[in-house]
Design a protein around this ligand. Structure first.
Ligand SMILES: C[S@@+](CC[C@H](N)C(=O)[O-])C[C@H]1O[C@@H](n2cnc3c(N)ncnc32)[C@H](O)[C@@H]1O
Length: 312
């Protein structure tokens, strides 16, 4: 199955689909460092460009579209205007590409979208309702959605994300992957002999260990067995109520980029060609490979049952 991948980042979502036997024919991101990582691991089929500047005529043939699109607030204007509700947002760009393909009689068979958990509740649920309505009513897909936690798919990280899977064939039955027992802890994924730069200075420790205040009144805890969600701004070192810290050799340290890669399901042969700051951002942004792989396999099963799977 030929996949068009949008907002590909360093390729977490893509990696899962590749592992399951899908074929990524074209990918895109406008972050040059993310594209550098993608190229180092998956090859040159990624285009470094703002999606808003892509000419749809240049897109290759594809059967499926996948993308973890950045979440932007939609202006609802009080009225439900369908397709136009999302104009100017990156979801609109996805919808526009699908619409363009439908008009050319090349409707993609499957669409897979990923976003933060709060997409479902954003703006009192209106944002999600708009997305669903466009996928179902305007683009005529059968839509499934669920919130999946990475910790339920074999990796010790609490990471709840909204997954949306859409099929053109209304006879297809789809189930999100069953939860798996977690056999690993964060401690199992730690590197040995870690560079001194990852250890906290005595000076910064009190700040890092202090509890959250004001709007973020959370308890600081380190050495968690299941990591807190990795986030794109990890390079900044948040307090321990928001970020992950571990004790090693009686000293406290942050996670290394490789440990973040492991928590996101990337194997150790995944090349990290960029600076720590960029690597933290890319792994904090990524879809967990384990979850992507599990979802991809379920999609493959559903397609197979109706003879819609192809090995192209
Ligand atoms: C949440 S991340 C996606 C992560 C990816 N799905 C993965 O699993 O690794 C969103 C990505 O969208 C990219 N992006 C945001 N706006 C974009 C635009 N206008 N054109 C192209 N890429 C864009 C960002 O650079 C970022 O890498």
């Amino acid at each position: 199955m030929k996949i068009l991948s949008l907002f590909s980042g360093c390729g977490g979502l893509d990696q899962g689909f590749l592992k399951a036997g899908f074929n990524i024919v074209w990918a895109n991101d406008f972050d040059k460092y993310a594209v550098e990582t993608y190229k180092a691991n998956f090859g040159n089929n990624i285009v470094l460009q703002d999606i808003n500047k892509i000419d749809f005529d240049e897109l290759p043939d594809f059967d499926m579209l996948i993308g973890g699109f950045p979440c932007q607030p939609f202006s609802m204007m009080g009225e439900e205007k369908g397709f136009e509700d999302t104009r100017g947002t990156l979801f609109f760009k996805i919808a526009e590409i699908i619409k363009y393909k439908i008009e050319k009689n090349e409707k993609p068979k499957v669409i897979v979208l990923e976003n933060v958990r709060s997409l479902k509740t954003h703006d009192n649920g209106k944002t999600f309702k708009t997305i669903k309505r466009i996928l179902e009513k305007d683009l005529r897909y059968k839509v499934y959605s669920d919130i999946l936690n990475s910790a339920d798919y074999g990796t010790p990280q609490t990471r709840n994300r909204t997954y949306i899977v859409c099929f053109d064939n209304k006879n297809i039955e789809f189930e999100f992957p069953k939860k798996q027992k977690l056999n690993l802890t964060l401690q199992d994924l730690l590197e040995k002999n870690v560079d001194n730069k990852y250890f906290l200075s005595e000076k910064i420790i009190p700040t890092i260990l202090s509890n959250g205040t004001g709007g973020y009144n959370a308890k600081s805890e380190i050495d968690l067995k299941i990591a807190r969600p990795l986030c794109a701004t990890m390079a900044k070192m948040h307090r321990a109520c928001q970020d992950n810290y571990v004790t090693q050799e009686n000293r406290i340290r942050r996670l290394t980029p490789r440990e973040c890669a492991r928590l996101q399901g990337f194997s150790d042969d995944f090349v990290i060609p960029v600076s720590d700051t960029q690597a933290y951002k890319q792994f904090g942004n990524a879809v967990t490979v384990n979850v992507s792989y599990a979802v991809a396999n379920q999609i493959k099963d559903s397609l197979n049952k109706l003879g819609e799977w192809n090995n192209d």
